[in-house]
Design a protein around this ligand. Structure first.
Ligand code: ZN
Length: 170
């Protein structure tokens, strides 16, 4: 038996893109109520997630304002509609924050346990991580001091080699 932790699957099931998109309103603010879906992961620091969303919204706003100053209204409108329809930056940053916090939780909860490094499905997986796929390491020590999730954007998975099958997210 072992626990398979797949960051993509967790995001898909608990923090889907549709819900991340709703975090930032058209007026570029973040409504606390829009974060309630994260309650499914009680250990997550919601404040940190909210501030990532807010910071991203501010970045969008700055870019929109800059375009307005340049009197490039069309580009400003395009950017606003990007935020409404396909806010890649917002989705990536929120996903990375959640995955990072899950990673900290795993390190805390399963420190010292053996684990197997699982492949990432990222579009551009890190070659240094690819070299570690399938290798067994100790959680908290990693391989040459690095383990899945240590670096922002890493979507590598972990097979935690314990006598359980479910990741304890409580
Ligand atoms: Zn990775």
């Amino acid at each position: 038996m072992s626990i398979i932790y797949d960051p993509r699957k967790l995001l898909r099931e608990v923090v889907p893109e549709t819900k991340i998109k709703r975090m930032v309103s058209r007026r570029l603010d973040v409504k606390r109520a829009s974060l309630s879906f994260i309650d499914a992961l009680p250990f997550i620091d919601k404040k940190a997630v909210a501030s990532v969303a807010l910071k991203t919204a501010k970045d969008y706003k700055k870019r929109v304002d800059k375009l307005a100053q340049k009197k490039d209204r069309d580009a400003g409108r395009d950017l606003e509609s990007d935020l409404a329809k396909n806010p890649r930056q917002l989705i990536n940053r929120v996903e990375n924050e959640v995955i990072f916090q899950v990673h900290l939780m795993i390190k805390e909860k399963y420190r010292g346990q053996q684990a197997r490094w699982l492949p990432s499905d990222a579009e551009e997986p890190r070659p240094e991580h690819q070299a570690n796929y399938g290798k067994v390491y100790t959680i908290g020590e990693g391989i040459n001091g690095v383990e899945p999730g240590d670096e922002p954007g890493c979507k590598c998975g972990v097979e935690i080699l314990v006598n359980e099958t479910e990741l304890d997210l409580g």
